[in-house]
Design a protein around this ligand. Sequence first.
Ligand code: NAD
Ligand code: ZN
Length: 379
Amino acid sequence: MREFSEKINLRRGFLSISKVKSIDNFFFGEGSFSQIEKIIQERQEIHVKGGLTSKFVFYFDDFFGHDNEIVKKCSCIENVDIKFIDTRDEPSTEQINKLRDDLIEEGLPSGLVAIGGGITLDTVKALSNLLGNDGNAEDYQGWDLLKRKGVYKIGIPTVSGTGAESSRTCVLINQKNGLKLGMNSDFTLFDMLILDPDLSKTVPKNIFFYTLTDAFFHSMEPLSGSLRNPIADSYALMAKNLCEEVFALDEIKSNVGRSKAMLASFFGGIAIANSMTALVHPFSAGLSVVLKVPHTLANCLVLLAMEEFYPEERATIIQAIQKHNIEVPRDICSKLSDKQFDDLYASTIVHEKPLSNGLGENFKDILTKNKVQEIFERI
Ligand code: NAD
Ligand code: ZN
């Protein structure tokens, strides 16, 4: 306990938070997905009494096909439509506008359910927001721009780490202006979550590992920064400890590993919603925007190249990679053109707030163009 209090002391700064809004209702535990029919039927009754339709639309990650047992179970629930989300690309504003138009044409639902990873969860959060607000998805990329709550939404993560289930944002790419930004709003929070570790049994080990490390970064980056607050610190410490407990297991995907990973993701999402990342996420965003490296893999590759900033955390990740035989792609930045390095620099250095959190207001004195390129060259 003493160690815990020492870790959350506010040594260097204070990031004020005026209000904390978090998930109202969630189920947690192996087998909790079995409650789905009852949960939907209860909501349908409430919606019909309130003068709404009873129609729910379920969006599944397309890893789950029509023949999957849980898809079949959900399609038996009365007045439920089943749809699938292609997860090859991260969600775009254009795609969300199109999905909204499709729903309006087919008849508006009173509830949406997301079953999948960060892409599926964010898609449904954005779609719900748009059904409750005029205009298009790009109008709401930013902070607190939504005027009203959207339709009721349930999040059911099937891979753990991004914290998309508990955060107040849904990250979208606007292909017209190249902006990758979320709809940050209390309205974006899910109304209910079902956190069932059984659902992540089928995730391939490498994807499971890299996704889990996102929760590690959502905790270690705020904890290493200068802008701290005791609420985010407390959630971050819980998430970081849980990640380290999973790394220490012989089998990260054991029952215990999947349960702890699901909790780490949930707590990491709350930590990041009330604080800020530091050095890893800005560099990772650069890799994702310029070279299309997936978010969770990009974070790890960046950390491996940041020995001078995060020696302890880097050692933790290297040890976990070795222990669990995780494949690490190499030489991603070894043959890039000057233009690509320029683009990587620009798309990293633009993230001023987290970089200041990591290195102070004068971060550009340390992260010179040469230094940024040197870090990318190690990847
Ligand atoms: P993802 O949704 O693509 O899922 C990762 C992979 O795992 C996919 O190939 C998917 O098909 C597969 N998968 C998921 N569940 C599975 C299962 N049970 N069995 C087998 N395979 C399964 O990626 P992700 O890493 O979960 O999410 C990335 C997205 O999340 C990005 O768009 C990123 O911007 C966003 N994100 C959002 C937040 C937020 O707070 N909203 C935070 C971080 C990242
Ligand atoms: Zn992240």
